[in-house]
Design a protein. Structure first.
Length: 530
């Protein structure tokens, strides 16, 4: 049995309070509904296409991979009842449980994983999560169009045995398999369809209704192999892009669990209500991507560095007031087998930092008389807009930069981000798919589908490639740390802060244990009588 991945995260902070609002007492167990807040409309419920947190959260309820995460993030069996790895650390053999079923009653077979993974890495599919499978033998060549998807190193030896060959040893591989990119799909049509009447999935729940912009209704999948331990029969995700509206719904007793808390509500909640605020470290970074393919940032390193240094991150997180940690590097603290590599100037006194930013700005060709004009594109969210407003004010105050903010509804933003003619600066965030620094650094590879900035560095790519081929953990860590140093020295992106997760949870919702990936599966929860 594979062991769980080691995570070294800070202390989790809990604040326990009496409930806000009321919740109708169910008349029967079948009437119990878990009502969850969701801060955005899922872009897709296809595991091979989902990159946003809103989609992934729902997919985690609808599908199950070979393994799954327990409530506190430990790796436990999923569709696979057991697995083993050979002495080389590159060959995994998974035994699938015969009782695993799709929601239509058909067996989940090893070849379903083969087909799903081949579709993810096939460049014709254009999957934005294809890099998550780069570890599998043959995947890099397939993704780059040099080999056929059928050459992927994954084989169904029979209906209940799956053999996976890796490019190199990767002790975090079982943890990677909890990410939605590795989930099976019944068929392309079923995976891509948003029609609940034809929905087929293999997780604890199945989609029963999707009202775009309003809510998604899920019901317990009675064909799920472990359905007897799924205690909540119905889950309703209520879409509330405004965090204050979500908070109001929670206070009114219309939600049992939120996925955010407004910063200005925290002091009162901590004081007035004893049992509902849950705040924990979260392996994720908020950052601004710079358009490296066109002026003003292309071929202007000093300008990129000036903008980065002029932001007072400590003042920023203090204003946001929800516990974020200032980011002076890209990879968050606490990642397995990795030491942070912040910029050398992060400890400079503020006057010296600002003086250097002003010097670089002037040498980049700008001044108070001829200021830089920027277009900052972001998705609509009060917290994201607040951050952008604060950063734009700092740029104006310290350097005289004029910034135009454009905020768009999330699904529109997902389209606009790919059009670099529309923005100079792009608001982005990245959270860990698995517990390894490469998951954060790989997005800056020259040909990564997640490289919104257009950054291209042969030395950075070479460092990552060498790390990919290095089995020794210490040597690999050094290579990854060097790669981050190369990227940070080029300033293609501006890390702002590392996240914390924050939820409001009714006292009668039992079983929520925060984890560094902020994945809360509904099947782990129970609603107590109240």
């Amino acid at each position: 049995m594979a062991s769980s991945v080691r995570c070294t995260f800070g202390l989790v902070v809990f604040f326990f309070v009496q409930g806000c609002g009321d919740h109708a007492t169910p008349t029967a167990q079948t009437d119990v509904v878990l009502r969850r807040g969701l801060s955005g409309e899922p872009a897709s419920l296809d595991p091979s296409a989902a990159t946003d947190n809103f989609s992934v959260q729902v997919i985690q309820d609808l599908y199950e991979g070979l393994v799954r995460e327990g409530p506190n993030g430990e790796i436990i069996p999923g569709v696979a009842s057991s697995w083993a790895v050979d002495n080389s650390g590159t060959r995994y053999t998974f035994q699938l449980r015969p009782s695993a079923r799709w929601s239509n009653g058909q067996s989940v077979r090893a070849k379903d994983f083969v087909a799903a993974w081949q579709r993810v890495v096939d460049p014709k599919s254009g999957s934005p999560v294809s890099n998550d499978l780069r570890l599998i033998s043959g995947a890099p060549a397939i993704i780059s169009g040099k080999s056929s998807p059928t050459s992927l190193g994954v084989v169904a030896t029979n209906d209940n045995e799956l053999v996976v060959e890796l490019e190199r040893p990767a002790p975090y591989f079982p943890q990677l398999l909890t990410h939605s990119s590795t989930f099976p799909v019944f068929s392309d049509a079923a995976a891509r369809s948003h029609d609940a009447s034809t929905w087929v999935s293999n997780g604890a729940y199945v989609l029963s209704e999707w009202r775009p912009g309003t809510r998604l209704d899920l019901v317990r999948n009675e064909n799920y192999w472990d359905h007897a331990d799924v205690h909540i029969p119905k889950v309703q995700y209520q879409i509330a892009t405004d965090q204050y509206a979500q908070f109001a719904a929670y206070r009114a007793g219309q939600l049992d669990l939120t996925d955010t808390i407004p910063a200005n509500a925290l002091p009162a909640l901590r004081t007035e209500h004893p049992n509902e605020v849950v705040i924990a470290p979260y392996s994720a970074v908020a950052y601004y991507g710079l358009n490296m393919t066109a002026p003003p940032f292309a071929n202007n390193l000093k300008l990129r560095q000036a903008l980065t240094m002029s932001i007072d991150r400590r003042r920023l997180v203090s204003a946001l007031a929800v516990g974020q940690v200032p980011a002076f590097a890209f990879v968050p603290p606490g990642i397995w087998n990795y030491s942070p590599v912040p910029w050398e100037w992060n400890d400079l006194p503020d006057p010296e930092r600002i003086a250097e930013a002003k010097r670089l700005y002037k040498e980049a060709g700008y001044s108070a008389g001829e200021p830089l004009h920027l277009r900052l594109l972001l998705n609509s969210s009060p917290a994201i807009k607040q951050t952008a407003t604060l950063v734009a004010a700092m740029w104006k105050e310290e350097l005289g930069i004029e910034t135009i903010l454009t905020d768009e509804e999330f699904r529109v933003f997902l389209q606009s981000r790919s059009d670099k003619k529309r923005w100079d600066v792009l608001r982005l965030a990245w959270n860990a798919d698995y517990d390894d620094a490469s998951n954060f650094l790989d997005i800056f590879r020259s040909h990564s589908v997640n490289n919104d900035t257009g950054y291209a560095s042969k030395s950075f790519d070479a460092a990552l490639d060498k790390a990919d081929g290095t089995a020794d953990p210490d040597a690999r860590r050094n290579l990854l740390e060097n790669a981050e140093k190369i990227m940070l020295a080029d300033y293609p992106a501006i890390p702002l802060y590392f996240f914390v997760s924050r939820h409001l949870v009714k006292p009668y919702v039992i079983g929520l244990e925060p984890n560094p990936f902020d994945r809360i599966r509904s099947q782990s929860l129970t609603i107590a009588p109240h």
